[in-house]
Design a protein around this ligand. Structure first.
Ligand code: PHE
Length: 506
């Protein structure tokens, strides 16, 4: 019996004190010195499951008056008022026309005639006929009135919560139930708890309440008392509400996680502006000036600033390389390099502009840098495209930089993100040779997550780089969709708080 909770012990003990065997809620709250009825319900159920008490539930129905019922209680039921009118009228004035001309409301006369006919009042050529023996009519009206008055009486005063349906005539209640707004029913159940023979037999010594320790404190652990103490069991399966607290947006958390992975792999972070010139965004990357990616349909060109001046030295070297390959051994793209085109302002279309500018500023310094930034492209929004998205960019610039190093770095990154299956496939970018597409296996399928390669000499030599440069640029949103298990890219940025709250922690 020592398995009983403290509350159950207290309740059983209280029920055995004094002569009473059957208890209701109020009795038990008082006997146990509780003010929360949940204690009685919980302890009672525990005792019932152990066979120590019986619980009896008594269902009851309470009747109260509706708005029509209240009117009836005040000024009489419609049939009663009609009956008074009818019996007071001179016999020659008991016609429907007279009723219509009386002080009864229009809404009352129609249903009223129906009520009278059902009670036994006749209707002949538009006139009401009272039967010779009117006592069944007056008896019915009296009985109906009595019920309405009884309900009214039970509904007023301090504990006037309605009349017990069991004490009223069931047929009459049924009759009123069919009429609009007269009465309402409310069900309630009343519980009582009775000691069983087994409940009486539990030795009193087993009913003392244990002092349970609910909190483990340093003071407790410093002493020796905990050795013999009883601890309150901790139920980890109990339903508990999740407090709605703040949390970072899942994209923020993901960016932080990627950032810490690159930092722990020895990379440092670079940043850059959203607004760039076409020259740094494209020409420095040996992207031909007639390349389709440079068209107005693909790139957001700016009115303000429409032109971003570039130093002559850079323009000269790009012109050289684009027109005939400069000193790189390449033949270039041919044609005439347009210096004005290179100075047009735009929103960067990739973060590769950041790494290229970093190389331009630090050409002789070996580096491993990365950056996570927003890019802009004229894309129609659909489930896999947004006009604004993020790229995870990076380069390795050092004497021994080579293709296996690039592939290993990307594999390591994705493995740390939880995607160990990575493969690369040949691809094409104007600024890398060889060029790769990076794919990650997810739910049995290979998904393309980004591009990579070794920068071409047409890119690195004008920058003055000493060594080979491994480079990559990957889509952050694509990766986020894998991590969060979404199939629509738009879901990432919908301001739906409930959904955001339920997204996994990253
Ligand atoms: N800039 C490319 C893109 O936007 C990705 C890339 C970066 C490819 C670096 C090769 C090297 O898709």
């Amino acid at each position: 019996m020592s398995g009983l909770s403290n509350n159950a012990r207290r309740m059983l003990l209280a029920m055995r004190t004094g002569g009473q065997t059957e208890f209701d809620l109020t009795d038990l709250l008082a006997a146990c010195d509780w003010n929360d009825q949940a204690h009685v319900a919980g302890a009672g159920l525990e005792l019932a499951e152990a066979g120590l008490v019986d619980i009896e539930v008594e269902e009851s129905q309470t009747v109260t008056l509706g708005s029509e019922g209240e009117t009836a209680a005040e000024s009489g039921l419609l049939e009663a008022r009609l009956w008074w009118w009818l019996t007071e009228q001179d016999e020659s004035l008991r016609r429907i026309a007279d009723l219509n001309a009386s002080s009864f409301e229009k809404s009352e006369t129609g249903p009223g005639i129906g009520l009278l006919k059902k009670l036994g009042v006749g209707l002949e050529r538009g006139a009401f006929v009272i039967p010779d023996d009117a006592s069944p009519i007056t008896d019915t009206i009296a009985a109906r009135t009595a019920i309405i008055e009884a309900i009214a009486a039970a509904s007023t005063g301090s504990d006037g919560d309605g009349a017990d349906a069991a004490g009223l005539d069931a047929d009459l209640l049924d009759h009123f139930r069919g009429r609009k707004g007269l009465i309402f029913f409310e069900s309630s159940s009343r519980r009582s708890w009775t000691l069983t023979r087994a409940g009486r037999a539990v030795p009193e010594s087993e009913l003392t309440e244990d002092v349970l320790i609910g909190e483990i404190t340093p003071e407790l652990l410093q002493g020796d008392d905990w050795r013999t103490a009883r601890f309150k069991p901790y139920d980890v399966d109990l339903e508990a509400p999740t407090p709605p607290g703040g949390r970072p947006h899942p994209m923020r958390s993901l960016i932080e996680r990627i950032r810490s992975i690159f930092l722990e792999m020895g990379f440092s972070e670079v940043e850059g502006d959203f607004v760039q010139s076409a020259g740094w965004n494209m020409d420095a990357l040996f992207t031909p000036q007639l390349h389709p990616a440079r068209s107005m349909q693909d790139t957001f060109y700016l009115d303000e600033p429409a032109r971003i001046p570039i130093d002559d030295q850079s323009l000269d070297t790009w012109a050289d390389v684009h027109e005939h390959g400069g000193d790189t051994g390449s033949r270039g793209w041919g044609g005439k390099f347009d210096r004005e085109e290179a100075q047009r302002g735009l929103l960067r279309t990739h973060t590769t502009v950041n790494t290229v500018r970093h190389l331009h500023e630090n050409p002789g310094v070996a580096c491993r840098v990365f950056g996570i930034g927003r890019v802009f492209r004229q894309e129609a929004i659909d489930k896999s495209h947004l006009p604004e998205f993020h790229q995870i960019e990076g380069i390795i610039h050092e004497p021994t930089a080579n293709l296996p190093m690039l592939v290993t770095t990307l594999k390591t990154f994705y493995a740390k993100m939880g995607y160990p299956d990575v493969r690369v496939r040949p691809a094409y970018f104007p600024y890398t040779e060889p060029s790769l597409e990076v794919e990650v296996k997810w739910r049995g399928e290979w998904l393309e997550l980004g591009g990579a390669g070794i920068f071409r000499p047409e890119v690195t030599e004008p920058l003055g780089c000493e060594w080979p440069v491994c480079a990559w640029g990957m889509g952050l949103e694509r990766l986020a969709m894998l991590v969060l298990g979404l199939d629509d890219i738009r879901e990432l940025y919908q301001p739906d708080l409930a959904r955001l709250r339920d997204m996994p922690l990253l």
